[in-house]
Design a protein around this ligand. Structure first.
Ligand SMILES: Nc1ncnc2c1ncn2[C@@H]1O[C@H](COP(=O)(O)OP(=O)(O)OP(=O)(O)O)[C@@H](O)[C@H]1O
Ligand SMILES: [Mg+2]
Length: 266
């Protein structure tokens, strides 16, 4: 198996490395000793059937859940990702499977939701207005840079199409991520054009030297954008492969468990 082409000559520590990750929910062992690393400038596809543990792993990396045991390193340094704020501070931005946008807020307000930039409510009204304008300008700039066109910058995002919402969520993650962007099924339920736009955003993130982890059930998208694919089954990593047409059948059989994961690197 060849090394991922984008990182073959890269001597830096991985952007993110997880070692022996274990997470239980009562009797369910959602993660059972998973190792995972992703490099800067690499798109890693995290694959597996429903319930394999993909979202759980992502939530542990983004501070929503805490690992029961295991270690996380960012750029070679150990980190504790005890909360979403800690993960953000460590440079990790996540687009969750359920998206988590506020329908009644416009894109700029969604961009900055949960961040301090808007200023506390006790700020004089004029000052808050100035801050809001600079937030809107910054948001418009990011959306333009990522080629996301919206019909109305100031409409609540609840009025936008699924693809536009997804693009905003991806753009928000892109805008704030220092080094690592995680996307849980970013093209699920999207049309061809919308999927295309999100895939292009992901490739642009990679070209900007971010490390990208993407969860997807869409094999054609994985084949197109991923430098490497890691497969989970029942909380365990059962193999990894470079997604080439030659490897596609192997990857599918790792996912569905049709063949034992012999020959897979674990
Ligand atoms: N908060 C939770 N409480 C209890 N069990 C959970 C919780 N979250 C996940 N699980 C269980 O952990 C296992 C892994 O779930 P997870 O959501 O990580 O799967 P997934 O690979 O993301 O699946 P899908 O492709 O359907 O999104 C499942 O058995 C699920 O029921
Ligand atoms: Mg999931």
């Amino acid at each position: 198996m060849s090394a991922p082409h984008r990182t073959a000559a890269d001597t830096r520590a991985p952007a993110l490395r997880i070692t022996a990750a274990v997470k239980r929910f009562g009797a369910v062992v959602a993660l059972d000793g998973v190792d995972l690393a992703v490099a800067h400038g690499e798109v890693l596809a995290l694959l597996g059937d429903n319930g394999a543990g993909k979202s759980t792993l992502i939530k542990c990396i983004s501070g929503v859940h805490r690992l029961d045991s295991g270690a996380v390193e960012i750029d070679g340094a150990p980190v504790e990702l005890g909360s979403p704020a800690a993960a953000r501070a460590a440079g990790i931005e996540t687009v969750y499977q359920d998206l988590a946008l506020f329908d009644n807020l416009d894109p700029a307000a969604n961009f900055y939701a949960g961040r301090e930039d808007a200023g506390p409510a006790w700020l004089p009204r004029g000052l808050r207005l100035v801050r809001r304008r600079s937030m809107a300008a910054a948001t418009a700039e990011v959306l333009a840079r990522l080629q996301v066109a919206l019909p109305d910058q100031h409409a609540g995002v609840g009025l936008l199409s699924g693809g536009q919402r997804q693009a905003i969520a991806v753009a928000r993650a892109a805008a704030f991520a220092a080094g690592i962007v995680i996307l849980d099924e970013p093209t699920a339920a999207l049309g061809l054009r919308e999927s295309r736009r999100v895939l292009d955003l992901i490739l642009r993130l990679r070209d900007e030297d971010r490390a990208v982890i993407v969860v997807s059930h869409a094999m054609d998208h994985v084949m197109e954008i991923a430098d490497r694919a890691v497969v989970l089954r029942r909380g365990r990593k059962v193999g990894e492969a470079v997604p080439t047409p030659d490897n596609q059948q192997h990857i599918v059989s790792l996912i569905v468990g049709g063949t034992p994961p012999a020959g897979a690197t674990t």
